[in-house]
Structure formats: structure tokens, C-alpha cells
Design a protein around this ligand. Structure first.
Ligand code: GRF
Length: 207
């Protein structure tokens, strides 16, 4: 019996390393997209600076390797030791891309150099407007009629890296800051898996 023309072997599945500090709802939609086959990737490792972060529980419930990284003594900074641990653990896990899914600390070297052009963040505004913390609150206080969310690559600045994709979100009269936050998050959940899929398609074959 002829075996016919061999099918091309599929390439290796890209491995994602995820960083998050809190709820992990964006991580949840990435898992759903992977399960649905619309995001051709696998989650290799989830790391958090917050030992009580729900994102770690979500990883645990799926049997995904996960760990807490001691951020160091400063309440907002991420120590050099922590940066080294993040880079070392993601490299050891063979990660092709780092995904910041609600990670509240700034990445620096060696992470930035080791994963240059391969660190993705989601931010709740139409960058370059409202960088930094609580962007939906900034939008509320500025009384804008439109805000949104941005997926971008991380560089050494605060929310300054190259923009990959954005979604506009309306702000209605009478909205509270929380209404804006919820509307932005709904848009994030649509945008994030799509933007990561599109980025993966442009990267050299993983593996
Ligand atoms: C998102 O709104 C994201 O834009 C910001 O942090 C939030 C994380 O939410 N960077 P979650 O942890 O994914 O639910």
C-alpha cells in the first residue's frame, strides 16, 4: 500500500511564559483560545510577584507549572534578583515569548535583553494616552469620550514599546471609573489572544 505524499510535519508549538500579579482573567482567555485551537501555543510556565494571585490558582487548577517570584523588599519595584529569576526560569522552561497579563512591576535587565522583542503587554488605554497605573481612572478623570486597550511590546520605558494592536472603547455619560474598567476588560479579552496569535505568526519558527 502506498503511503502517498508525506504531510509536512507541523512546527513546534510556541511556548508562552506568563507573568501576572492578580486576577488573571486575560490569562483565562488565553487558555480558552488555546483550548479552542484559535491560539496555536502552549503555556509553559506562569510566574507571579504576588503569592496570593488568582492567576497562580488558575495555573494550578490546569496543572500548569507556576511559581511565586520574591519581588524584593520594595513595594513596587522588582529587584535584580527577581529579574534574574524571571529570565532564568522562563529560559529554563524554553519560553519563546513572555506574556505580561496584568503584571504590575517593571521588567528590566536581564529580562529585557534576554527576551528582546519577545515580551508582550496588555494595557487598559489607547497608548500613548494614559500610561502607568489605573489607566481607566485616568480616562475617567480626563473626561474623555473614548479610551481603549493596547497590546504592545515591552521596552525599557513605561508602556512605551511598539504597539501591536488596539481596540477603541466608548465612554458614556454617567459612566463610573469602574464601568469604564469593565468595558475595557471585555475588549481586552477579545484583543489579547488575537494580537498574540498575529505576533507568533511573524516570529521565526519556535523551537
Ligand atoms: C488588565 O486590565 C490589563 O490591562 C492590566 O491589568 C489588568 C489585568 O487583569 N495590565 P487580569 O489580571 O487579566 O484580570
Amino acid at each position: 500500500m502506498s503511503i502517498g505524499t508525506p504531510l509536512p510535519l507541523p512546527g513546534p508549538v510556541p511556548r508562552l511564559g506568563v507573568l501576572g500579579s492578580g486576577e488573571g482573567s486575560n490569562f483565562g482567555v488565553l487558555l480558552e483560545a488555546i483550548d479552542a485551537g484559535t491560539l496555536p501555543a502552549q503555556i509553559a510556565l506562569v510566574l507571579s510577584d504576588n503569592p496570593g494571585a488568582r492567576i497562580l490558582e488558575r495555573a494550578a487548577s490546569r496543572g500548569i507549572p507556576h511559581a511565586w517570584i520574591d519581588p524584593g523588599a520594595h513595594p513596587n519595584r522588582f529587584s535584580l534578583e527577581a529579574q534574574q529569576a524571571v529570565s532564568g526560569q522562563f529560559r529554563a522552561a524554553g519560553c519563546d515569548l513572555i506574556i505580561c497579563a496584568g503584571f504590575m512591576r517593571r521588567l528590566k535587565d536581564p529580562v529585557l535583553t534576554d527576551f528582546a522583542g519577545r515580551i508582550v503587554n496588555i494595557h487598559p488605554s489607547l497608548l500613548p494616552a494614559f500610561p502607568g497605573r489605573d489607566a481607566w481612572k485616568q480616562a475617567y478623570e480626563a473626561a474623555v469620550t473614548e479610551t481603549g486597550c493596547t497590546v504592545h511590546l515591552i521596552d525599557a520605558g513605561i508602556d512605551t514599546g511598539p504597539i501591536l494592536a488596539q481596540t477603541r472603547v466608548p465612554v458614556y455619560m454617567g459612566d463610573s471609573a469602574d464601568d469604564i474598567r469593565h468595558r475595557i476588560q471585555a475588549a481586552e479579552h477579545q484583543l489579547f489572544p488575537r494580537a498574540i496569535r498575529d505576533l507568533l505568526a511573524t516570529l521565526p519558527q519556535a523551537g
